[in-house]
Design a protein around this ligand. Sequence first.
Ligand SMILES: *Cc1c(COP(=O)(O)O)cnc(C)c1O
Length: 220
Amino acid sequence: MNRLVENYLKIKSELPENVTLVAVSKTKPTEMIQTLYDAGVRDFGENKVQELCDKQLVLPNDINWHQIGHLQTNKVKYIAPFIYLVHAVDSEKLLIEINKRAQNFDRIQDLLLQIHIAEEDSKFGLDEAELFNLIEKLETNIFQYVNIRGLMGMATFTDDEIKIAKEFRGLRKLYEKVLQQSSFKEFNILSMGMSGDYKIAIAEGSNMVRLGSSIFGERN
Ligand SMILES: *Cc1c(COP(=O)(O)O)cnc(C)c1O
């Protein structure tokens, strides 16, 4: 068997059954994606809109494309016709644009709200107050074309596993709080964990991990 496929299957087999594995294929060639696709893989993640659209154009139509990185408002229109799940919604402005474009294409867009849990300033995301402020608006009937499926977050890049666990635990708590306090009908995704920290994330309740380098090898 192909080594890439073998590697993917090994990682997948070690995950609990309820955890969705998103193969983060950014910077990797379409041939590698096709190889995994031929082995049955359907969930792929990209963080750059241009690269995502280029790949979507030449790869099979039934791939579930995940937009995992920060999304600029002016780029939404390019992915709106086909994107499966937007992981990093972090402002009302972006939400308004996604809702508008989804309406244009007669789609209901699934998305996750990104929460800022890391200590670094550079990582995007909402704080708790902003989250509940946004949820209040989402509970009105303004946003008819988006479906809030859950939360996403990225932990601090560090070797300190206790710190990482703490950050993921905080996100899990927020997730539970939203579950209790909102009326979202399909709120069931907690996207946390990358190659370096996904085992900790799963121990803290993640049910969707986004793995790039551990599947495809290091990026250049
Ligand atoms: C690149 C990226 C990943 C995957 O990172 P790896 O460390 O290669 O697993 C996950 N999530 C986001 C948002 C990313 O940009």
